[in-house]
Design a protein around this ligand. Sequence first.
Ligand SMILES: *[C@@H]1O[C@H](CO)[C@@H](O)[C@H](O)[C@H]1NC(C)=O
Length: 226
Amino acid sequence: MRVSGLLHLLALIFCLVITWVFVRSYINFNMKTNRLPRWMGDCSVPSPASRLVKTKCGLSKSCPDNFFAFKISSGAANVVGPSMCFEGQTIMSPVKNNVGRGLNIALVNGTTGKVMTQKYFDMYSGDASLLVKFLKEIPEGMLVLVASYDDPGTKMNDEIRKLFSNLGSTYAKQLGFRDSWIFLGARDLNSKSPFEEFLKNNPDVNKYDGWPELLELEGCVPQKVY
Ligand SMILES: *[C@@H]1O[C@H](CO)[C@@H](O)[C@H](O)[C@H]1NC(C)=O
């Protein structure tokens, strides 16, 4: 009886010790899991949000050195004006209140990236000869950014088409009533610009009743080095 009583006691102590060990390790485990987030927080692991690098003009990828970042959006129907961003600066937009229906054009020095001119030309009821004069007087080495709004086509003529083609445009030849068009060219470009988008006004496929969808184009344009 005494021996079995002692065994019982030992068994009880053994059970208590095991339980104690389990409880200890369970508490430790809990403390560790509780501390874990704080420990991770102390460690300066950057959160996904802070790891995102802010690019100029909100481009999906940063431009290499010696390239300028740009983003051009055409107008949406006759409701929302176009916008242009160059090297992180909004240079034409409805908020800046320097856009208008027709063709919106900005001139940028291709070497320095300095914005020289922002102008819009009414192509529905305006005087087309103003745009002819403007395009003929673009100085050497200038980048030319263009965004349509509402109607870029009614007053379009062959002389203007030719001048835009000389700046590297492919679609100026066929630009017509209420087409959407965005373009980046240059005064002394000897080839077609890769930076151009065009949507014909087509009632069968138009996104809006009387207008095609707005266009958006972003990219990196090489700085002109002399
Ligand atoms: C563009 O900038 C360069 C460098 O400052 C200058 O030499 C050139 O004359 C500028 N072009 C125009 C048309 O202003």
